[in-house]
Design a protein. Structure first.
Ligand code: UDP
Length: 275
């Protein structure tokens, strides 16, 4: 992919690219899928996914196999700076997906929403229609279903043939759901969008701009839902930071060792030439 550099942070994949390139990628993935009939998979990596992927090899494999994995959140920016592998742009799903919807409106791609509570996904679809009046929003289904209901849901999606399927079931279920069902879905691209429907529906408030600019939106999320998000603050962030530091030390040590080896090799060579 031109303009896309795949990198690994703590062994977890992130595609490093600018917003415009990412949107072009989405368009080209849809075009490719129209040709070969294979739905493309777009995921987002953040501190939480790195935490999950380190324990869950199936999830990590799905991230590796996806067609595009976008960097989400300030944690990755920090890791990028410390490890001297800078992230070009924070392409979190909450800001990125509405841009895809804007493209869908002009490109005439239809959209289906899968995930979140029934009242939330309904409200989210109303809000999307207000915001993008020409968007072809062809259906939605809540994300609280059993394994037995899955075939019926896939059948309903396939009847509607959406170009874009937005899946919001939380990580890692949404990525696993997409990966497991991709080969029987009649769609061109699936995006795993986490808490997006809650934000668009207004069930969850977005952090004020100053917090987003400071890169502490995660703290605002925690304040709204401390019961289910406490471990992300108290466990995942400290573990993540210590892993970043660990990787930094390893890279510094291996650089130093390499320099020492070079120094020894050059010394031996010079001695040999002189003799
Ligand atoms: N969700 C769902 N079905 C489930 C569990 C969660 O549809 O069985 C929805 C939930 O209502 C929310 C979204 O998945 O809208 C996940 O939000 P979260 O903020 O936890 O996303 P994450 O940060 O884990 O991706």
């Amino acid at each position: 992919m031109i303009g896309v550099e795949t990198r690994y942070y703590m062994n977890v994949r992130v595609d490093n690219l600018l917003l415009d390139t990412a949107l072009e990628q989405v368009e080209s993935l849809i075009e490719q899928s129209k040709e070969d009939g294979v739905p493309r998979q777009v995921f987002f990596t953040n501190v939480h996914s790195i935490h999950l992927a380190r324990k869950d090899t199936e999830f990590r494999r799905y991230l590796d196999k996806a067609d595009l994995v976008l960097p989400d959140g300030s944690g990755l920016k920090i890791a990028g700076k410390v490890l001297e592998m800078p992230i070009l742009e924070n392409l979190n799903g909450t800001d990125f997906t509405p841009k895809v919807c804007r493209m869908a409106e002009t490109g005439k791609w239809s959209v289906y929403l899968l995930g979140a509570r029934e009242d939330v996904v309904k409200r989210c679809s109303e809000k999307l229609k207000e915001r993008f009046p020409n968007l072809s929003l062809i259906g939605y289904h809540n994300g609280y279903f059993s394994k037995n209901e899955e075939d019926e849901i896939v059948e309903e999606i396939n009847k509607k043939k959406p170009d874009i399927l937005l899946v919001a079931l939380g990580q890692p279920y949404q990525e696993k759901w997409i990966a497991r069902n991709a080969n029987r879905l009649n769609t061109h691209i699936c995006l795993a969008v986490g808490g997006l429907f809650d934000f668009l529906a207004g069930a969850m408030k977005r952090a004020p701009l100053w917090m987003r600019k400071l890169g502490i939106e995660w703290f605002h999320r925690f304040l709204q839902d401390p019961k289910s998000k406490w471990d992300r603050i108290l466990i995942e962030i400290p573990v993540f930071l210590s892993l970043v530091l660990q990787e930094k030390v390893i890279s510094l040590t291996s650089k130093r060792n390499l320099n020492q080896l070079r120094w020894i090799f050059n010394g031996q060579r010079d001695r040999y030439i002189r003799s």
